[in-house]
Design a protein around this ligand. Sequence first.
Ligand SMILES: C[S@@+](CC[C@H](N)C(=O)[O-])C[C@H]1O[C@@H](n2cnc3c(N)ncnc32)[C@H](O)[C@@H]1O
Length: 250
Amino acid sequence: MFPPAEMAKNAALLLPPVRAAADRRAVTGILGDPEQGERILGEMCRFVDRPLDGLSVLELGPGHGSMLAAAAVASGARYAAFDIRATLPSAEVERLDIDYRTDPAGALSWPDDTFDVVWSYSVLEHVTHPDALLADVHRVLRPSGRTVALIDLTTHAHGRRDPRLMFEFLRFSERTWRLMTSNRSIYVNRLRRSQWREAYERAGFGIVGEEADAWTDRLDEFRQVPWLDDLSDEDATTRHLWLAGEVAGG
Ligand SMILES: C[S@@+](CC[C@H](N)C(=O)[O-])C[C@H]1O[C@@H](n2cnc3c(N)ncnc32)[C@H](O)[C@@H]1O
């Protein structure tokens, strides 16, 4: 990535017509596919200790995709969803009776102790203030409630399967990275696997499930990348992370 070019692209998104064109093009949503919705529901439920029937579930960041919601509602969940922009089709919100709320500042407007489960798929890496969101998630969960997230730790630009490029974003200072990406869908907060565990614990969660896709068999290649020098082997090789946390009590 060449910082001046990326900064120019990022700044261009402050122009309303450029922003509008980008929003029209952007369709987030492997979750628009019913089979994917069923598959991801199955993956999420591995980390939920109770049947979904009758549980109150909040999904963070559905984007345009309602298929995880559809699969969960078919299993008997009462469903709510939250995003920073209103992108979920309103016909789907009505059909599935989703309590859908949005706030560009990222604050959850539900009262304390509202949900049994809060989950998200490929969302937490995009959150600008993860500590604030996790504290809010902890607040809206009931005692013994669980949060489950799939976190994509790789670049959202080019080189997702290349050990030299998949964590290239770590080359840049926080200030430079924000100037390059803050308005773009490739923005990620760059927290590593161990930092996510720490963030869950800071928010008050006990870790009850962790599963990672780590390319440990290619450790030698990662170890040749200078900007990964300070990372543990685990942090230098983990591409995707499932992390589940539980609120104490009950
Ligand atoms: C890569 S998309 C994933 C969409 C969907 N979960 C999927 O897998 O198809 C990231 C989503 O996270 C949302 N997002 C970013 N920051 C957020 C926040 N603080 N709270 C909730 N959602 C957020 C974005 O608006 C977007 O819908």
